[in-house]
Design a protein around this ligand. Structure first.
Ligand code: 6PG
Length: 268
């Protein structure tokens, strides 16, 4: 069995946002001390939105090294940046105008391009400019959400985007949404130094159990394709999202920290 997946469970969505938010403030400082910057691929959705709001609170905001933080997006809807569905717009609104991040540190996906495939190619080119032409970029943090159907980023069940092994960015058509998306690919996600899933709510409990417990079938459950090659792997849930996990799935020591119970979960 290889390195464990770390499972952290907070009481509720607000505790989750606060505890994960504080954990990531520390991560930011450690990365800046070690490498002079913190490169983050953000997730869309309502769960990470709470985290971004927490980061935007003055008492938290003022403790983060924004001039050394580079924000990217793990995926984006095929809409302009001002559209209600835009992950970029959601993030900027949640962080608030008070966050002093330099505009040059915001690396959004230009999803306003009429052709989603071109938007994906442009984003891949911008990543290669920033990270260099290495096999895959190594983000310090890859923030992931989980849909009730087991999707993550914009890798949805039944699609083949989850199987892409060479490209850094793809533009899958999502039939259930009748729209294109732009998404980082699995090799990029798995190259990250830290992959962190944030999942809250009882509606996600069946998907959490399926992704963590069912036999591996990434086309059916795309989130199962996420398994960092060398980086740390953390699933941070609230109690409701963890409610379907069998007790015996949790092995190892239990430590209490910031109203969060930490388990280590063996991975096959
Ligand atoms: C998106 C996200 C998506 C999201 C999940 C969970 O663009 O919608 O990247 O993968 O993380 O759908 O979203 P919620 O946290 O809103 O349930």
């Amino acid at each position: 069995m290889d390195r464990g997946l770390e499972l952290r469970i907070s009481e509720d969505p607000e505790q989750l946002a606060k505890a994960a938010g504080e954990f990531l403030v520390e991560e930011a400082h450690k990365a800046v001390e070690a490498r002079g910057r913190w490169t983050v691929a953000l997730s869309g959705g309502s769960t990470p939105e709470r985290l971004y709001r927490y980061w935007g609170e003055p008492s938290v905001r003022d403790r983060m090294p924004w001039d050394k933080i580079h924000l990217f997006w793990g995926d984006e809807r095929h809409v302009p940046p001002g559209h209600a569905d835009s992950n970029y717009r959601m993030t900027r609104q949640a962080l608030g105008a008070g966050v002093p991040i330099p505009e040059g540190n915001l690396h959004r996906i230009c999803a306003e391009h009429a052709d989603a495939e071109v938007a994906a190619e442009q984003y891949e080119a911008s990543l290669k400019t920033f990270f260099g032409e290495r096999p895959f970029p190594r983000f310090d943090l890859m923030l992931m959400g989980l849909g009730p159907d087991g999707h993550t980023a914009s890798l949805f069940p039944g699609g083949d985007a989850v199987l892409e092994s060479q490209r850094w960015v793809v533009a899958p058509y999502v039939p259930k949404l009748s729209t294109y998306r732009i998404s980082l690919t699995v090799p990029v996600i798995n190259a990250a130094e830290l992959v962190l899933f944030l999942v809250a709510g009882s509606a996600k409990a069946p998907a959490v159990r399926a992704v963590l417990q069912d036999s591996k079938d990434p086309v059916r459950l795309p989130a199962q394709a996420v398994s960092p090659a060398k980086g740390r792997f953390v699933w941070w849930l609230d109690r409701a999202a963890a409610q379907d996990l069998p007790p015996n799935a949790l092995e190892g020591d239990v430590a209490k920290a910031m109203a969060t119970t930490v388990f280590s979960l063996a991975r096959e």
